[in-house]
Design a protein. Structure first.
Length: 96
């Protein structure tokens, strides 16, 4: 398994988007930001890669959601399995 994964694939496999196309559209719209090594940047291309330890901030119709990437799923499995690949961050936790 690779140490990095495309953001659209990760969002889809982690069950944060219903399809890979919707995940790509979310990224292309500028609604996804990544925090890598303390540097925050807005993702514009679905081919951008993430790795464990990165933080993701998503802005959507349900509000802002901050997640810490803990793993790279190899398939789109059940919700419980998908949830093992990220941790929710609250206001008190650092994104760095």
């Amino acid at each position: 398994m690779s140490e990095r994964q495309r953001i659209d694939v990760w969002l889809w496999r982690a069950r944060l988007a219903k399809s890979r196309a919707l995940a790509a559209a979310l990224v292309a719209a500028g609604n996804v930001r990544i925090v890598h090594n303390g540097q925050t940047r807005r993702l514009e291309k679905p081919a951008a890669e993430i790795q464990p330890g990165d933080a993701i901030v998503m802005v959507g119709p349900k509000g802002v959601r901050a997640l810490k990437v803990t793993g790279l799923p190899t398939r789109r499995g059940p919700a419980r399995e998908a949830a093992a690949h990220y941790a929710e961050l609250d206001d008190r936790e650092s994104l760095a």
